[in-house]
Design a protein around this ligand. Structure first.
Ligand SMILES: *[C@@H]1O[C@H](CO)[C@@H](O)[C@H](O)[C@H]1NC(C)=O
Ligand SMILES: *[C@@H]1O[C@H](CO)[C@@H](O)[C@H](O)[C@H]1NC(C)=O
Ligand SMILES: *[C@@H]1O[C@H](CO)[C@@H](O)[C@H](O)[C@H]1NC(C)=O
Length: 366
């Protein structure tokens, strides 16, 4: 008894001293990734992650056919979306809808509905770092997006390099990105990039995409994919930025209108095709792509996620449930997930007619 008291005091003391610092032990599924800079990780990405076909049938305006939560569960860690001013005069909130090219072609619902789903997944998965890339199609002010991030509660989980001093005008040098472990420890596991309209003096966490991440050409219609520098901020140097490889394949539908080449998905999304592309890009640019953007991302036997894991030197674990049971039913199924009116399948022909009428422009980017 005489000896146990000091020991008890000592252990109490050491508990008090050791408890405050949280140290993530697993990041994005692997202990090895906790010490890696965010800018030195390859993330699997979903192109138009909200544009989910309502059933196993392909909708010509869709790019995915499993629910947003399934995309995340299977390992997608970059969710790309396309924002448009809502045409709904009775819309509440920020008045931003996720639509593909035009809301008459694919209406994916309000930004808040989408961010709420992301927010609940992020809350349940606190050691997973993910990126949202939002294409600001109608040049909406950053404050409109911020309204949706704040009302859904997601803003508190978004990394803000303006507040921490890591960014200058929203640009974080590649070497100044935190590690995944630091992001997890801070509880700020979401990075948000806005294609245009970022204004970090007013919203510090909505970062200018093309001054942080450049892209290879999009809407490519043949493989092997091109790794060339396509879109980048005019004052940036590609070697200083992270980059995104548009590793999805399109095919011409009508004139310059292209749609996903769904018949080729098994090859396009295979681990070998994705690795071939990533190694070629790494050969040209010195590092592997930071983001591999894909259509129907689960296709090719999860090859996009497998390729990302291989590039990161870690193991990929397939989801335990099958996409068919999650992607096409009700409940967590795809069509209902976005809260939008995307129920009716758009045939390629009617899409072409709508596109010609709605856009009347030479190039339509689907
Ligand atoms: C998704 O679309 C592809 C291509 O059309 C199809 O082969 C696959 O069965 C679909 N999967 C689901 C879950 O709907
Ligand atoms: C328009 O917004 C209102 C209010 O949020 C909503 O109830 C309605 O479903 C929306 N209409 C369409 C076509 O999205
Ligand atoms: C991470 O760094 C390693 C070692 O320099 C490099 O081989 C790899 O391509 C890098 N990955 C990314 C996405 O930067």
């Amino acid at each position: 008894m005489r000896l146990s008291l000091p020991f008890a005091l000592l252990s109490l003391l050491s508990l008090t001293v050791a408890s405050p610092v949280r140290r993530a032990s697993t990041c994005n599924g692997s202990p090895a990734l906790c010490s890696r800079l965010y800018s030195n990780v390859t993330f699997a990405g979903a192109h138009n992650s909200y544009a989910i076909a309502p059933s196993a049938q392909t909708n010509a305006g869709a790019n995915q056919n499993v629910s947003l939560s399934f995309q995340l569960d299977m390992g997608v860690r970059l969710l790309q979306s396309q924002a448009h001013a809502s045409g709904n005069s009775s819309a509440t909130g920020a008045g931003v809808d996720l639509c593909h090219t035009s809301c008459s072609i694919f209406q994916g619902g309000a930004l808040e509905a989408y961010l709420s789903q992301v927010s609940s997944w992020v809350s349940s998965n606190p050691s997973e770092v993910l990126t949202l890339l939002i294409v600001n199609s109608d040049a909406l002010p950053a404050s409109r997006f911020a309204q949706a991030f704040e009302s859904t509660g997601l803003a508190s989980k978004v990394y803000n390099p303006t507040a921490t001093g890591a960014a200058t005008n929203g640009v974080v040098a590649k070497s100044a990105w935190p590690t995944l472990g630091a992001l997890v420890d801070a509880g700020t596991t979401v990075v948000v990039l806005l294609s245009s309209g970022a204004d970090t003096s007013s919203v510090g966490y909505l970062l200018p995409q093309f001054a942080n991440v450049w892209e290879t050409p999009y809407d490519q219609t043949s493989v092997p994919f091109s790794c060339s520098v396509d879109r980048i901020d005019s004052s940036s140097t590609s070697s200083n930025l992270m980059y995104l490889s548009n590793a999805y394949l399109d095919e011409a539908l009508f004139g310059n209108i292209v749609i996903p080449a769904v018949a080729s998905l098994g090859d396009t999304n295979s681990e070998s095709r994705q690795l071939e592309n990533a190694y070629a890009c790494a050969g040209t640019h010195g590092t592997a792509p930071n983001f591999l953007l894909s259509d129907y991302s689960q296709m090719g036997e999860y090859g996009v996620m497998k390729a990302a894991a291989r590039l990161n030197g870690v193991e990929y674990t397939e989801p335990t449930s099958s996409p068919t049971s999650r992607g096409s039913g009700s409940g967590s199924g795809s069509g209902s997930s976005s809260g939008g009116s995307n129920g009716a399948a758009t045939s390629p022909r009617s899409l072409a007619a709508m596109a010609m009428g709605a856009a009347g422009v030479a190039l339509l980017t689907l």
